[in-house]
Design a protein around this ligand. Structure first.
Ligand code: C2E
Ligand code: MG
Ligand code: MG
Length: 464
């Protein structure tokens, strides 16, 4: 059968490519290792933007131009197909050396990223990400769609790591994607069956040890794998479109829980809840926060939403708008893990966050055996003092996190930071253990903690 062609570009269609892949894989099964099909995916980045600025036809024009360039580079080495409006594929039915595909990918990157001139005389420079998979990476009886999926994993990896990059799909990449897929499926089920829990780690007044609030941390006990870290499954929740549901579950649970404890212990405890970037960008995010507050009865001034630099970095304008809307409600925002990203001062100023949580790496202990231990320790102290002073100079509250020992608590206090959390005080606790901790604190701590009095003052101001 003749391979079906795309009218606009003259390239093979996706259906045609799948057919050719299946044929190439079948030929491998017959001839053994001698024939090695390989698939190269070429992402053309910038076409969508060009279509937005220069009109719909500019996108088509660019695709045709790039299809021509790629076809010329490939020559008789393989079959070029159109995957979408911004992705091409090259199938090498029988590749004797994988290096050929790599070499060709380099030539394609160079060719695609050289300037193109549109009919309108506008000059456009595209960039590209390439992903390659060779047959030998995949198990026996691999199907055409599995071959495409593996190339797609490589192209995603290339996109994730920068522009004009080429990635080769490895067995590890496929295994990790399979694992992610399995986690995503199980996570969806766990969310449906209310199989996720929330633990609470106290935020304490570093001088008196009194509990000022709790950070809500999601927990998942997988029926087979046991405890799965949120650092692992939160990104999977984002990838699988489950993050809104997860975020809503944690926020509504934590708000209700903290309101209940605040009432029964007669102290205005603060709920700290982590927010993923994708959730924050969601149009309905503010309405969701409002709903959780209304349903739980938790005063907005007792809610702090924690974001990280990497959360806000991709879309600073949206983050800024959301923070303003949160401030209008009375909700505060904390910048979590400060110091692990780029720590740009401009973020702090332009985003108007309220709290800076200094990453625990600033507290890491210095090895006494190290040759210049005293000097290194002085420098680490200076750095910590500098970060705390910087936050305070910008009018922010500065909290410490990951406080594991007495020396770290003292270093934070000496640097001017008087609120924090860490294993020294308590690990993230199931609700019943958090209640026991609160009972140990009774009667209400005196003097009223700095944060407690600020909350009361803010409450009074809001109701005035
Ligand atoms: P995070 O928000 O910075 O949370 C603090 C992490 O440090 C928690 O890890 C906590 O268990 C751990 N930790 C607390 N004290 C200490 C200490 O003294 N030493 C050390 N080494 N670690 C300490 P966890 O629970 O594994 O959470 C990891 C990250 O996952 C969180 O970092 C947060 O970014 C994310 N995460 C957790 N729960 C949620 C959630 O409900 N929603 C979202 N979007 N992200 C969450
Ligand atoms: Mg946090
Ligand atoms: Mg943190």
């Amino acid at each position: 059968m003749r391979t079906p062609r795309d009218e606009a570009t003259g390239l093979a269609t996706y259906a045609g490519l799948l057919h050719e892949c299946a044929d190439a894989l079948a030929a491998t099964a017959v001839s053994g290792a001698a024939a090695q099909p390989a698939l190269l995916l070429v992402d053309l980045e910038g076409i969508t933007e060009a279509a937005t600025t220069d009109g719909f036809t500019a996108g088509d024009e660019l695709l045709r131009l790039m299809a021509g360039r790629v076809t010329r580079e490939v020559g008789s080495l393989g079959l070029v197909a159109r995957m979408s409006d911004h992705q091409l594929a090259v199938l090498f039915a029988d590749l004797s050396a994988p290096a050929v595909a790599l070499d060709l990918a380099y030539r394609i990157v160079t060719s695609v990223s050289s300037p193109a001139v549109l009919d309108s005389q506008r000059r456009v420079v595209l960039s590209t990400s390439c992903g390659i998979v060779t047959r030998e990476t995949l198990p026996a009886r691999t199907t055409a769609t599995e071959l495409v999926r593996a190339a797609d994993l490589a192209v995603r990896e290339a996109r994730r790591t920068g522009r004009n990059r080429i990635e080769v799909c490895t067995r590890e990449l496929v295994a990790s994607a399979d694992e992610t897929l399995a986690i995503g499926k199980d996570l969806r089920q766990a969310l449906q069956e209310q199989g996720l829990d929330v633990c609470y780690q106290p935020l304490v007044d570093l001088t008196h040890g009194s509990v000022l609030g709790f950070e809500a941390l999601v927990r998942w006990s997988h029926p087979v794998h046991g405890h799965v870290s949120p650092a692992r499954f939160v990104p999977v929740a984002e990838e699988f479109g489950l993050i809104s549901e997860l975020g809503r579950m944690v926020l509504s649970t934590a708000s209700a829980q903290l309101q209940q404890w605040s009432v029964s212990f007669g102290v205005p405890l603060t709920a700290h809840v982590n927010v993923s970037g994708q959730d924050l960008a969601n149009e309905g995010f503010i309405a969701m926060v409002q709903k959780c507050l209304a349903e739980s009865g938790l005063p907005a001034t007792q809610l702090v939403l924690e974001v990280t630099e990497t959360t806000v970095e991709p879309d600073l304008d949206t983050a800024r708008a959301r923070f303003e809307a949160l401030h209008d409600l009375g909700v505060r925002v904390a910048l979590d893990d400060f110091g692990t990203g780029r720590s740009a001062l401009s973020y702090l100023q332009s985003l108007s966050v309220d709290i800076l949580k200094v990453d625990r790496s600033y507290l890491e202990s210095i090895d006494d055996q190290q040759a210049d231990a005293a000097h290194t320790e002085r420098r680490a102290d200076d750095l910590l003092r500098g970060v705390v002073a910087l936050g305070q100079a910008l009018g922010l509250e500065v909290y410490g996190e990951g406080i594991e020992d007495e020396a770290q608590r003292e270093r934070l206090l000496a640097s001017g930071c008087d609120i924090g959390q860490g294993y020294l005080f308590a690990r993230p606790l199931p609700p019943a253990e958090a209640v026991s901790l609160l009972h140990e604190q009774r009667p209400a701590p005196s003097p009223v903690s700095a944060l407690g009095s600020r909350i009361l003052a803010a409450d009074a101001a809001q109701s005035a």
